[in-house]
Design a protein around this ligand. Structure first.
Ligand code: NAP
Length: 245
């Protein structure tokens, strides 16, 4: 069985390694190719976009895949749509592997917003420093929040020197701890945290630190998923593969 795993997250790397260990399963792990020195699984790897849903469809046909697992990040909406469309067109089984979202706990002051523009709108008139823990792709949209001071964290230094004018910038790849996040937010006098609801343990330290410090949290909702089967646990995803094989 030849399996394409669309990746870009730690969960996807772990899943690819688990799947590659199954007897009779050949795994190709695919990355968009946007991160320097990405984590890679111990299996076949390809990098770079396919050229939309049509390009992915051609690739699936040419490389004779038997199934696709879309294990991309919950906010990678375009590749999720492309995977759904391409798999439907070539009649391949597709699974969405998606960790569950975080749920707000008592004491956390989360304000849910629908998307990044809504997060920008929610910051109107904010005078306290706003920690943007959302990745680099949508940073430029926050330029519209006039006068708001930001703290931006990059995994690697931005090529263009950064896209926000009113921002303090730090470069740190993690892993992040609650102590480290508390120290960072206190040092930069952060009053607001803007976060995506990524779920999982790796990125939750900032939320715990925010709760402890009484920092306002603006949580950007996940985009809608294409219809189809969704699994959150690696063991269940491996069962899905075994049952196809
Ligand atoms: P996106 O908006 O859904 O995708 C943009 C384009 O990037 C896609 O149309 C596709 O290009 C290419 N692409 C995305 N994932 C790919 C993959 N796994 N393999 C090959 N091509 C891929 O995605 P994004 O939000 O820019 O995220 C890019 C990557 O970073 C994803 O793989 C995602 O898992 C990872 N990531 C995203 C976030 C986030 O917050 N969005 C956070 C952590 C990691 P073509 O149309 O040319 O095929």
């Amino acid at each position: 069985m030849k399996l394409l795993i669309l990746g870009g997250t730690k969960d996807a790397v772990d899943l690819a390694e688990g799947a590659a260990g199954l007897p009779g399963v050949q795994v190709i792990y695919s990355l968009a190719g946007v991160t320097q020195n990405p984590n890679l699984p111990n299996c076949g790897v390809r990098q770079g976009g396919f050229g939309g849903a049509a390009g992915l469809q051609d690739y699936l046909n040419a490389e004779t895949f038997d199934a696709v697992i879309d294990a991309t990040h919950p906010y990678a909406a375009q590749i999720a749509r492309n995977a759904s469309e391409a798999c439907a067109a070539v009649n391949l089984p597709r699974l969405k592997f998606l960790r569950p979202p975080w749920t707000s706990q008592i004491g956390e002051k989360w304000e849910a917003v629908a998307d990044i523009p809504a997060a920008v709108a929610a910051l109107a008139g904010e005078e306290k420093r706003v920690f943007l823990a959302i990745g680099v792709k949508e940073l430029a949209t926050f330029e519209q929040a006039a006068g708001v001071p930001f703290l931006v964290r990059y995994i690697h230094p931005p090529k263009d020197g950064g896209s926000l004018t009113n921002a303090e910038v730090i470069v740190d790849r993690g892993p992040y701890t609650v102590d480290g996040e508390r120290e960072l937010m206190a040092k930069h006098d952060v009053g607001v945290l803007v976060s995506k609801n990524s779920g999982g343990d790796g990125a939750s330290a900032k939320l715990i630190a925010a709760r402890e410090l009484g920092v306002r949290v603006i949580m950007v909702d996940r985009p809608a998923l294409p219809a189809g089967e969704v699994i959150g646990r690696q063991s269940d995803a491996l069962t899905w593969i075994r049952e196809l094989n």
